[in-house]
Write a protein that binds this ligand. Structure first.
Ligand code: ATP
Length: 367
């Protein structure tokens, strides 16, 4: 069993930099957990504390049943794959992959067997005799993963392992690491600042900001029910659209009103938002929940928003429209059949059953 638990873990660097602030996080046995957040949010420090490469300022870390606060990195039974791969340039792929095992004085036959097994899984058998300089970025990345696999650790830690690869290779390796997890059935903790990697790879995602854990949940839960405005804006591409405005009551109905945006709230949201009547809130809508009225058969008139199409970005299967109401700009992601002209005024339909509201001060989700 290799669950990993962090109980009230903090890291204070000299100069009073609180890199990690009182984190509680439990990673289940065989789970693929992604730590995601913007640069400087503390995700690498968290990973390095789990690895034993960074001392904990306070709190406890458990791997399995064992408290590892004072266990040196080499005895934690974990393997880490770094962003820069850290391969030895003068060693062949075989030697790089077997280095850790040789240090442990594992019998030669077992080393060869383990390296061959890992090379098979990763499809790198034919390059075992090459040196790192003779490899592509993707191959180097596989070797770095291979070096971790041969150790058969309880837990794999990945720190932005794909960030040195080009966009196409990143997508390919993303799928490969995903498949690898299914094959190896091992606990993986994976750090990235890329929300797409987080969404596509994680069984669960832990979103961090300023050393604090914001939300931990499965990707769809995080996407559909973000806990606050930060999570809503960080997860999803293009990011969620936001505007500040007021909740207004008209004829016993509630509306969100701001400039040209006057949209009626659905029944389910009315109860929670009635507390905010005549008050300012933050309204959020994802780009895919906005439609061109021309392609909606029955659009309720109170869900229509008029805006000017400033930019039209064809993406192949879909189109991004950059829109302006005169007061707000926002992005709609619509089907490729939508072909508005630049500077054209459009009627857009907001799917009000999918919108989000946040408290303007705390920025926590209201509904
Ligand atoms: P990135 O994606 O840029 O690597 P991150 O989320 O992994 O960022 P960390 O590297 O964990 O962030 O850093 C968290 C905070 O701690 C940052 O403010 C960083 O400047 C600070 N920090 C990290 N290492 C040290 C150190 N050795 N000494 C002082 N401050 C540090």
């Amino acid at each position: 069993m290799a669950q990993v638990s962090l109980n009230k873990v903090s890291k204070l660097f000299p100069g009073n930099v609180k890199a990690v602030d009182n984190i509680n996080l439990s990673i289940e046995n065989k789970e693929f957990m992604v730590l995601v957040g913007p640069s400087g949010c503390g995700k690498s420090t968290t990973l390095r504390m789990i690895a034993g490469l960074e001392e904990i300022s306070s709190g406890d870390i458990y791997i399995g049943e064992k408290k590892v606060n004072d266990v040196p990195a080499k005895d934690r039974d974990i393997a880490m794959v770094f962003q820069n791969y850290a391969l030895y340039p003068h060693m062949t792929v075989f030697e790089n992959m077997s280095f850790g095992l040789r240090l442990r004085r594992m019998p030669k036959r077992e080393i060869t067997q383990r390296v061959n097994e890992a090379a098979d899984i990763l499809g790198i058998k034919r390059i075992l005799q090459r040196k790192p300089r003779e490899l592509s970025g993707g191959e180097r990345q596989r070797v770095a993963v291979g070096r971790a696999i041969v150790r058969k650790p309880l837990v794999f830690l990945f720190d932005e392992p794909l960030s040195n690869l080009d966009a196409k290779m990143r997508v390919q390796m993303r799928t490969e690491i995903h498949k690898l997890h299914l094959k190896l059935q091992t606990t993986i903790i994976y750090v990235t600042h890329d929300q797409t990697e987080a969404m596509t790879m994680g069984d669960r995602i832990a979103v961090m900001k300023d050393g604090l854990l914001q939300q931990v949940a499965d990707p769809i839960m995080i996407y559909d029910h973000p806990k606050n405005k930060f999570v809503a804006s960080f997860i999803g591409s293009p990011p969620m659209n936001f505007m500040r405005g007021k909740i207004i009551r008209k004829d016993s109905r509630l509306y969100f009103c701001e400039g040209k945006v006057n949209v009626k709230l659905v029944e389910d949201m009315r109860q929670k938002l009635s507390l905010y009547t005549d008050k300012e809130v933050i309204f959020g809508i994802r780009s895919e929940d906005i439609y061109d009225k021309l392609f909606v058969s029955e659009a309720p008139p109170e869900n229509i928003v008029k805006a000017n199409c400033e930019v039209y970005e064809p993406m192949g299967s879909e189109v991004y429209l950059y829109l302006n109401t005169g007061k707000h700009t926002f992005v709609a992601r619509v089907g490729a059949h939508n072909r508005p002209k630049v500077n054209q005024d459009m009627d857009l339909v907001f799917d009000m059953s999918k919108v989000h509201f946040f408290d303007k001060d705390s920025e926590e989700t209201i509904v």
